[in-house]
Structures are given as C-alpha cells and as structure tokens.
Design a protein around this ligand. Structure first.
Ligand SMILES: *[C@@H]1O[C@H](CO)[C@@H](O)[C@H](O)[C@H]1NC(C)=O
Ligand SMILES: *[C@@H]1O[C@H](CO)[C@@H](O)[C@H](O)[C@H]1NC(C)=O
Ligand SMILES: *[C@@H]1O[C@H](CO)[C@@H](O)[C@H](O)[C@H]1NC(C)=O
Ligand SMILES: *[C@@H]1O[C@H](CO)[C@@H](O)[C@H](O)[C@H]1NC(C)=O
Ligand SMILES: *[C@@H]1O[C@H](CO)[C@@H](O)[C@H](O)[C@H]1NC(C)=O
Length: 363
C-alpha cells in the first residue's frame, strides 16, 4: 500500500515535472512568437522589410525608405482646414464632338469663394486631370493677390498656389480659374456616355461626382463636410438639353466658334456637399409629372419625367432624374435624395436614375 503510494508519488512528481516543463516550453515559445510578431509588425509599419537567413539564428533587417516621409500640407490626403468654401460659380461647356486631337473635352471656368480659417500663404484646392489655363486669387475688394508659385500634385489631386502675402483669418477670398478637361468614358467626374440610336452614336455628357470626383469636373474643396452653394451654368448646343440639381432660371443663345450655343443658367443650390452636384447634357427633353412620384419631391414644385425629345414618352424611353430638392419648411434636414444618372441600357433605350441616399442640406 505504502510502496504503491510511494511509486505513485514519484510518478506524480515526474508527471508534475513534465507538466511544468511543458507549460514553461509553451510560455517560452509563446513569448518568442509574440516577440517575433511584434518585431514584424513594427517593421511592416516602418517601411520595407527584408528577412535574411544566415547560419545560426534568423535575423530580420529593416530597410528604411531612402526618401524622407512626405509631410508637406499638399501631401496630406485630407485638407487641413485652412480654407472654408462658401460658394462656387461653375460654367462648363462640354463639346460633344471630338477635337482635332481626337479627344472629347469640356471647357470650364469657375470661381471658388472661400473664407480663410487659419492664416496661410497657400491656396490648396482639389483638381484632378484638369489643365488650368489661368488662375487668379482675389480678396474681398477684388484686388488680385500675386501668385508666386503654382503646381499640381497628382497623387493627392491638388492644385497648389503659393501667394506673395498670407491670407487673413476670417477674410473672404476667391479663386478664379479657367481650365480644360477631358470628357472621358470613365464614369468619373464630368464624363461621356455613348448610346446608339438608329445606327447613330449619340453622346451624353454627365456626372458621377462620388468617389470623390467632383474635382475632375471643377476645382473644389472636395470633402463632404465642406459644404457650399453652387451656381451652375452649362453651355450646350441648342438641340441638346442641360439639366442640373436646380431649376433653370435663364436660357439664351450665344455664338461660339461660328456655331449657336445655348447658355443655360440654374438656380443657386442650397448649401451642400460637392458630391451631390450633378448635371447632364443630352438629347433628352422633359415633361412635367406632378403626381408626387418621388418621396422628397412633394415640397418642391414639381417632379419631372425626362424623355428623349424624339421619343414617345413611354416609361421605357424615359429618364427621370430626381432633382435635389429641399423641404423649405425645414431649416435643415433630410431631403436631397442624390441625383444619379446611369448609363443607358445595352439597347440604348433607357437611362435609369436612382434615389440614392438622403443627404443633409442646409437651407
Ligand atoms: C492636358 O494636358 C496634357 C499634357 O499636356 C495632355 O496630355 C492632355 O490631353 C490635356 N487635356 C486636355 C483635355 O486637353
Ligand atoms: C436654346 O435657347 C433658345 C433661346 O435662345 C430657346 O428658345 C431654346 O428653347 C433653347 N433650347 C434648349 C434646348 O434649351
Ligand atoms: C407620372 O408618373 C406616374 C408614375 O410613374 C405615372 O403613372 C403617370 O402616368 C405619369 N404622368 C405623366 C403625365 O407622365
Ligand atoms: C417637410 O416638412 C414638413 C413640416 O416640417 C414635414 O411635415 C414633412 O414631413 C417634410 N417632408 C419631408 C419629405 O421630409
Ligand atoms: C421650378 O420651376 C417650376 C416651373 O417650371 C416652378 O413652378 C417651381 O416653383 C420652381 N421650383 C423652385 C424650387 O423654385
């Protein structure tokens, strides 16, 4: 009995010894693993990592990037809050035929009105794939402020202007630019969409500002929180119609390159984000539809059903953009279902428009 007990005690001790040894090994391995893991993590965060195996223990070597980490304000993807946009005047002329270089382009002119929030020598504004032909910064008294350096930063999509004198906090300024952009078939910014009707290829110029791509249509402070009002003018051939978020206030005809062009002016929008800006130039025309089709159109004066002018107005041949309308009985709130135009269907017969989301607009 006693012997049996003694033997089992030894067994017990041996068992405990091995158990402790096993636990110690597990802990040791876990510690080694954790160290390795945190080393790797630190190295991955720090730059390029190369692992070299030499005879003996494995060594990891971190190779620091040779170029310094970019830290200029224009290297930051987010705007740094120096300037606050108030209003944009946007004037665009999409040309729906190829130019001599075989490109579809649009000519643009815009004035971004902004307030200085933090003193700065720079105007840094989003601009993507726009070729700027002129840039002028003016103060509240319309006096031009000399630009001593300007450049584009492709990676962060900025147009950077260095001014001769710093902007003063709480003063208002404006940046006027003229530019040219490509109406590319890329579903981004101000882009081109094509459909075939009776064997003829038709071109539509339209917008998809989300992603964010308003900066590809006009220079802007392209972040959703940076809301402003927008006054939009679209120049187009008289056989086309221009639509935008707001009602048309004026249409007149001008001559451009010996051709008649219509200049369509839209009402100023409520204060809203750049990605909600939308416009389209196409052969579609519209008919009114006051049935309250769209849930948020009730307080706007009308809903419209857009159809191709040559079409019969049947639903299959119609396009219904939902204008960003406001509930004018609210100071701020709901309401601007996003205006989104989609590509024509494969048969080229339809453009569908979805009420995409509810955006907050301030009235
Ligand atoms: C803008 O300039 C670049 C470089 O000169 C050129 O390749 C591009 O075609 C221009 N874009 C337009 C729309 O003219
Ligand atoms: C073009 O402008 C003329 C006025 O100059 C107007 O009568 C016509 O309706 C306009 N066309 C379109 C499509 O807006
Ligand atoms: C207006 O839209 C409703 C719903 O789609 C439709 O039933 C009605 O026929 C339309 N009215 C006109 C005048 O197009
Ligand atoms: C517009 O405002 C009125 C009054 O506040 C409210 O009753 C109504 O529901 C609002 N409409 C929408 C579409 O939000
Ligand atoms: C839009 O235009 C229509 C006439 O086409 C008008 O009845 C309506 O009041 C206008 N809407 C706004 C918000 O001004």
């Amino acid at each position: 009995m006693a012997k049996g007990f003694y033997v089992s005690k030894i067994v017990a001790f041996v068992g405990i010894f091995f158990a402790i040894a096993a636990v110690a090994t597990i802990i040791a391995l876990a510690v080694v693993y954790a160290n390795e893991k945190s080393n790797n993590k630190a190295e991955n965060g720090g730059g390029t990592t190369t692992t070299t195996t030499t005879s003996g223990p494995t060594k990891t070597t971190s190779v620091k990037p040779t170029t310094p980490t970019p830290n200029e304000i224009w290297d930051q993807y987010r705007l740094q809050g120096f300037l606050s946009p108030q209003h944009y005047d946007i004037d665009l002329r999409p040309v729906l035929v190829k130019n001599t270089e075989g490109l579809y382009v649009f000519h643009g002119e815009s004035t971004a009105h902004f307030k200085c929030i933090k003193a700065t020598d720079y105007v840094i504004i989003h601009s993507k794939k726009l070729n700027h032909t002129s840039k002028v910064v003016r103060d509240e008294n319309n006096v031009a402020i000399e630009i001593i350096e300007d450049f584009s930063v492709e990676k962060t999509n900025y147009l950077v202007l260095r001014l001769k004198e710093p902007l003063v906090v709480l003063k208002n300024y404006k940046l006027h630019t003229t530019f040219k952009g490509e109406l590319a078939d890329d579903l981004a910014g101000f882009y081109r969409s094509e459909y075939v009707e009776d064997g003829v290829t038709k071109i539509i110029a339209t917008t998809q500002m989300q992603a964010p791509d308003a900066r590809k249509a006009f220079p802007c402070f392209d972040e959703p929180a940076l809301k402003a009002t927008f006054s939009i003018i679209i120049r187009h051939k008289p056989e086309n119609v221009a639509l935008s978020n707001m009602n048309i206030t004026d249409v007149y005809t001008e001559m451009w390159n010996d051709e008649a062009w219509n200049v369509t002016t839209f009402e100023k929008t409520p204060k809203m984000s750049t990605y909600l800006v939308a416009f389209i130039v196409s052969e579609f025309d519209y008919v009114s539809n006051d049935t309250g089709l769209f849930p948020f159109a009730r307080y706007a004066s009308e809903s419209r059903m857009w159809k191709r002018s040559s079409g019969a107005g049947t639903p299959e041949r119609s396009v219904r953009p939902h204008r960003n309308t406001c509930n004018r009985t609210l100071r701020s709130g709901v309401l601007a279902p996003e205006l989104r135009f989609h590509m024509p269907d494969s048969d080229g017969q339809q453009i569908s428009v979805t009420v995409h989301n509810k955006a907050t607009v301030e009235i």
